[in-house]
Ligand binder design. Structure first.
Ligand SMILES: [Mn+2]
Length: 317
């Protein structure tokens, strides 16, 4: 058995994984991201994790349509879309993540678009409190506020809410917020002008692809972990957007950006985080099976499942 399966410092049942699928696509405009959890499971994710020595509980898919409000609210000075729907879905998802964490299980969320992180991270933070550290692996910073978002897509905004930089009464259920000194980015390369200012003004630690080139992925992951969790005595939640990987590695995603993490860089990153024995929850989001041809889709689903296994402790030897 792989060491990480048994040695996790924080979860009560280190060999139990709760898979929480939420097929939500309302945080952006391209359809298809909602069928990703089903495709990842169809490709054998649960069995693959079981073969590693875990017991796996696959929760039913959230009925996102049932959370759709009769009418949406508009926010003055913002073109934000689906605020109420996203809030409702994420609130329900947060309760499911919280439940898995309280049971002492590893909480694995499958999206869906990255707005889902409003729920995933709120869910784990309700259990682990302000100790919780976040590693956000993404091509984008996803830190727009309601007033800075040009697209109106909430999948570009979750970080501002999670860190308490932005608030809205509709999302008042999002508590507690995450400490900015316990949050770190890896893999950035497409940062909007206004987002750059938010990252700098709030002194948020970020390792872009420039840093990966300069120092190598090994040093970057070490520096990121040292920044949020130097003594390895705090729980970690990994939020992984597949667009962090290069489009040649994970092509079927809504907002691909060239120059991303290679296949091995992303796998190494997950292996190194597993080695901390501190990982308590993970999100895998933004796989869109409908973008690209069948081989692009199969490749992206397979690499998504593969990096999840690495984060859960799969090693090469
Ligand atoms: Mn993202």
């Amino acid at each position: 058995m792989y060491p990480a399966v048994l040695n996790n410092k924080y979860i009560k049942n280190p060999s139990s994984v709760g898979i929480i699928p939420t097929c939500y696509d309302g945080g952006q405009k391209k359809s298809g991201v909602d069928i990703a959890p089903g495709e990842m499971l169809k490709a054998g994710l649960a069995t693959q994790i079981e073969k590693m020595g875990y017991s796996v509980n696959v929760l039913p898919d959230e009925d996102c349509e049932s959370h759709k409000p009769e009418s949406e609210i508009s926010v003055e000075g913002s073109n934000v879309l689906n605020l109420v729907w996203t809030s409702n879905v994420c609130k329900a998802h947060a309760a499911r993540v919280e439940e898995q964490c309280r049971l002492g299980n590893f909480a694995l969320s499958l999206g869906g678009d990255h707005s889902l992180a409003l729920g995933t991270i709120t869910g784990s933070s309700r259990v682990y409190g302000e100790d919780l550290c976040i590693i956000w692996v993404d091509a984008h910073t996803d830190i727009n506020t309601l007033s800075t978002t040009d697209s109106g897509n909430l999948h570009g905004c979750p970080v501002s809410f999670l860190l308490g930089i932005e608030t809205h009464p509709e999302l008042a259920w999002m508590k507690p917020i995450i400490r900015k000194d316990r949050f770190v980015y890896i893999g950035l390369r497409d940062i909007e002008h206004k987002e750059r200012k938010i990252v700098k003004d709030n002194n948020i630690k970020a390792f872009t692809m420039h840093h990966v080139d300069k120092y190598g992925i090994g040093a970057v992951v070490q520096m990121a972990i040292d920044h949020i969790n130097p003594n390895l005595d705090l729980p970690i939640h990994l939020s992984l957007d597949v667009d962090a990987m290069d489009p040649s590695v994970a092509p079927a995603t809504g907002t691909p950006v060239r120059g991303g993490l290679t296949f091995r860089e992303c796998h190494y990153l997950c292996e190194a985080i597993a080695e901390t024995n501190c990982l308590v929850a993970m999100d895998l989001v933004e796989v869109n099976p409908l973008l690209g041809d069948e081989s692009a889709f199969n490749q992206t689903v397979a690499v998504g499942n593969s990096v999840i296994r690495c984060a859960l402790g799969e090693t090469l030897l």
